[in-house]
Each structure stands twice: as structure tokens, then as C-alpha cells.
Design a protein around this ligand. Structure first.
Ligand SMILES: Nc1ncnc2c1ncn2[C@@H]1O[C@H](COP(=O)(O)OP(=O)(O)OP(=O)(O)O)[C@@H](O)[C@H]1O
Ligand SMILES: [Mg+2]
Length: 250
């Protein structure tokens, strides 16, 4: 069992401090945690800092020791397309990052499995530049999953997907986390997805962590009013799942 701890994490862009004092302990393997908060709150910055893509104060620890870069994989919010590569090549390249260039049969089988699970196996030999926005996002997801990291940071992984794909992808991420013992953090704007798929939630606002804990306890009417500036109700649906119903902006 691996556990992720963040200790007083912060980040600057130039001289501007955009994130400070984010601390959390014990995000356990197999768990899925939502990172929520308004635009420009610092969610992507937090991910980049955890993945060591930007520098700043604080420590990222995995089971008490400083996490190495290969154990943490960051799926960015914007999916850039390298038009020269095919889907298959781009996923293979991602699988080989930081390891030997020899390709084992098991790796090819695993690529097939991930492409099939995300239902993009029919795109395997298409160029990345020829894909729709949602298809590109699914390829980006495949590139992240194939690396089989201990910590997977997914920055709005469903923002370009249709409803069917959103549900399919979030279920797949949640099953993969449990099956492979990953620690998954997902930045989300859809709070109903957080309520349904994420056991824990961290709220970022103005570069600070303002709440964290079990999702049901964190997403409250008061939090939505204070942080999101909306009037909203949390109601149980007929099947017992809590839902956010928005009445309007304050
Ligand atoms: N490369 C950069 N240089 C300077 N400032 C930046 C840079 N990237 C982000 N910022 C600023 O840092 C702050 C936090 O941005 P960040 O991208 O982390 O927000 P976010 O919570 O991910 O927002 P969104 O929901 O819109 O994706 C914002 O004020 C943003 O303008
Ligand atoms: Mg962002």
C-alpha cells in the first residue's frame, strides 16, 4: 500500500505566488480524489508542482520518501497534437519514456488493451493531427494510463468528451485505480462527477487549499456559496446518489 503526502506545497510563476501551503497526508493507493475550484484557482499549478514540472517550496512524498519523477504521471489539460505520429506510436512512445527502447510483447498487448478499453483501437494508425478534440483527449488518457505510474494526475480528463464517453472514462479510471492500486487525482469542474466517482475531494481557491475530506462532506451548500458564488442545493436522487442542483449565480 502506497500513500501520497503533500507538505506545504507552493508555486510561483516569476515573482507571483499562485499556490501556497497545500498539505495533505495519506492519499492511499486505489483512491480517486477530485481537485475542484474556480477557474484560475491553482488546480493545474498544483498538478504541475506535484509532478515537479515547476519548482516551489514544500515536499511531495510517497510512503515517506521523496517521490521520483517516474512514479508520477501528469495528463495535461490541453492536449497538443504532434501531427507526425500515429495514435499507436504516440502511446508506445509514452510507454517507453524513461525506459529501454526494446519493446516486449507484453507492452504491445497492454497498448491494445488500453486502446480497446477507451474504444479508440480503430484509430490506432490515424495521425494525431487528424483527430477530433475528444479523440485527442482519449489518446492523451491512453498515454497516461500506459505508463502505469503510482500517482496519476488528470487535469480535466473529460472536458472534451460526450456524456457517454465521460461516464465510461471515469468508470474506467476508477476501476483501474482499484485494480492496479493507483493514487488518482482528477481536476474536475463537474461536481456531480466528483460526487459519483471520487471518494475524496480537495477544494482549491485563490491558490490555497480551503477544504479537503470525503466528497460528501466537502461539497456542501455553504462551500458552493462561498467558493463558487452560486446558490445550489445538494439533493439525493431517486437512487440515493447526491446531486448538485444549481439555482443561480450570486
Ligand atoms: N505559465 C504561467 N505563467 C504565469 N502565470 C500563470 C501561468 N500558468 C498559470 N498562471 C496563473 O496562475 C493562476 C492559476 O492557474 P491554474 O492554471 O493553476 O488555474 P486552474 O485552477 O487550473 O484554472 P482552470 O480551471 O481555468 O483550468 C492563474 O491566475 C493563472 O493566470
Ligand atoms: Mg487548469
Amino acid at each position: 500500500m502506497v500513500a501520497l503526502a503533500l507538505k506545504d506545497l507552493g508555486a510561483n510563476y516569476g515573482r507571483a505566488r499562485v499556490l501556497s501551503d497545500v498539505s495533505i497526508d495519506d492519499l492511499k493507493s486505489g483512491s480517486v480524489t477530485a481537485i475542484i475550484g474556480p477557474n484560475a484557482a491553482g488546480k493545474s499549478t498544483l498538478f504541475k508542482r506535484i509532478a515537479s514540472l515547476i519548482k516551489g517550496p514544500g515536499l511531495v512524498e510517497l510512503s515517506g520518501t521523496q517521490a521520483g519523477p517516474r512514479t508520477i504521471c501528469y495528463m495535461p489539460q490541453d492536449t497538443a497534437a504532434n501531427a507526425v505520429l500515429t495514435v499507436y506510436e504516440s502511446v508506445l512512445l509514452s510507454a517507453k519514456q524513461g525506459s529501454s527502447w526494446r519493446v516486449a510483447d507484453e507492452e504491445l498487448i497492454e497498448i491494445d488493451r488500453v486502446l480497446k478499453a477507451l474504444r479508440i483501437d480503430d484509430l490506432a494508425f490515424r495521425g494525431l493531427g487528424e483527430l477530433s478534440g475528444g479523440q485527442r483527449q482519449l489518446v492523451s488518457l491512453a498515454q497516461a494510463l500506459i505508463r502505469n505510474p503510482e500517482v496519476l494526475l488528470m487535469d480535466e480528463p473529460t472536458s472534451a468528451l460526450d456524456l457517454h464517453r465521460q461516464v465510461e472514462v471515469l468508470s474506467f479510471i476508477s476501476e483501474t485505480a482499484k485494480r492496479d492500486g493507483l493514487i488518482v487525482l482528477i481536476a474536475l469542474h463537474d461536481l456531480n462527477h466528483a460526487l459519483r466517482y471520487c471518494e475524496n475531494t480537495i477544494v482549491i481557491s485563490n491558490g490555497k487549499m480551503v477544504a479537503s475530506g470525503e466528497t460528501n462532506a466537502v461539497i456542501t451548500r455553504t462551500m458552493l456559496r462561498e467558493i463558487y458564488k452560486i446558490d445550489a442545493r445538494i439533493e439525493q436522487c431517486s437512487q440515493g446518489t447526491p446531486l448538485v442542483i444549481v439555482d443561480g449565480a450570486i
